[in-house]
Design a protein around this ligand. Structure first.
Ligand SMILES: [Zn+2]
Length: 389
């Protein structure tokens, strides 16, 4: 992984917040670190005698975030909130908003408390492909422990207050100086330091280690495959009918997509879950898989099993439309069902990274993502639902 920091470019940025903007943009430039709104960053700074956490505001992408994209939140409030035995994520969000020193700033990231708990000035968090690929493999726990011996490694916990409180409890008597970073299994990685460059350098170094491991153990080559024919117009018409709106198909027939769609037992292979939890809002837990020409039947089965999944885990949630958001079509490719061209393009990026991770994790012994129960908790999380609006 290339380190993009240059002294020349950095010299255009002065002070804590500006440098925070700069290194956030650098992280965002690599789609192997974060995609479309993924990841978050922060810097702690003294303002009028009070310690403030400037943390990425929701709705901003790291690649293009500016100073006004960071929410200034009082550290003292965040640290008090971390101690609470329980707190709903809605209450956490309103508590964080009340602790903002500028009411016009965007809502702070739901990972703000976690950022506050890390006792270093600069904190970087990404969903680096290489790290989540290894973590989402059947032996991921062992490999991650081996590659990152000096990291704090946390088993999968849903993002939000529960995760922040768990880390608070785990680190009450913790030697932070000996800790090089945090890995959140099935989710991502944190690095931190007292200046923007060191924290960024640590992220690049750590992700490079994971990339080296994959290069040595899970290298991929794709055969040239000619796609077969498929009635794409019929698929579009049927999905539009179920979704009740126009969709903007994006057909992916890159060597990666064709290789992916040519696998044996496609309905078992292509339905093993998301790369990092927030993707589920865009992708759902599983795609529609078409292995023969029977589109109506496959679509109906898909929606029935989505309803069964909803019934199995729901309490008082309102069900989302049960139609799929993308399809994997045997020997044809992968097709996105976005409600706009932009949505299909974003979905395509997310799926490209997921396909690569699945294929590589299979080389490590098998791809394995979060459970159906954890997927449901994320897909129906009130805060994630709000983010999409
Ligand atoms: Zn995250």
């Amino acid at each position: 992984m290339k380190n993009l920091w240059t002294a020349e470019e950095a010299s255009n940025y002065k002070g804590d917040l500006e440098l925070r903007v700069f290194s956030s943009n650098l992280l965002g430039r690599s789609d192997e670190l974060v995609l479309h709104g993924g990841g978050n960053t922060s810097v702690k700074s003294m303002v009028d005698g009070e310690e403030i956490l400037y943390v990425k505001g929701s709705g901003w992408d790291l690649v293009s975030i500016k100073a006004e994209g960071f929410s200034p939140v009082k550290m003292s409030t965040l640290l008090e909130m971390a101690k609470l035995e329980s707190l709903s994520d809605t209450d956490m969000v309103s508590g964080q908003k009340e602790a903002m020193t500028d009411a016009t700033a965007p809502n702070p990231s739901v990972e703000a408390i976690l950022h506050a708990l890390i006792p270093f000035k600069v904190v970087d968090h990404t969903h680096a492909d290489a790290v989540v690929t290894i973590s989402n493999s059947v032996n991921g726990q062992e490999y991650i422990a081996e590659i990152f011996p000096n990291f704090l490694i946390i088993p999968y916990i849903m993002p939000g207050f529960i995760l922040a409180h768990e880390i608070y409890k785990m680190t009450r008597d913790f030697d932070w100086d000996a800790c090089e970073g945090i890995i959140l299994h099935n989710h991502g990685i944190f690095t931190f330091d007292d200046d923007a460059k060191s924290s960024y350098d640590k992220m690049i170094e750590a992700v490079s280690k994971a990339e080296d491991f994959l290069f040595a153990n899970a290298d991929l080559t794709f055969d040239k495959i000619e796609p077969t024919g498929f009635d794409i117009d019929k698929l579009k018409e049927l999905v539009e009918k179920e979704k009740g709106c126009e969709i903007f198909l994006k057909v992916n027939q890159t060597p990666l997509a064709l290789h992916y769609a040519s696998q044996e037992n496609l309905s078992g292979f292509a339905t093993r879950g998301v790369l990092t939890p927030e993707h589920i809002i865009r992708t759902k837990h599983q795609p529609l898989v078409l292995e023969d020409g029977k589109i109506e039947e496959a679509l109906e089965n898909y929606m029935n099993s989505y309803r069964a999944y909803f019934d199995a885990f729901s309490t008082d949630e309102i069900m989302l439309n049960p139609a799929p958001n993308y399809a994997v079509i045997k020997d044809f490719g992968v097709v996105m069902f976005g409600k706009s061209e932009k949505e299909s393009a974003i979905l395509n990026d997310v799926i490209e990274h997921t396909m690569m991770a699945v294929l590589r994790a299979d080389k490590l012994g098998g791809y394995e993502s979060i459970s159906m129960a954890d997927s449901f908790a994320m897909e129906y999380w009130e805060l994630e639902q709000a983010k999409l609006k």
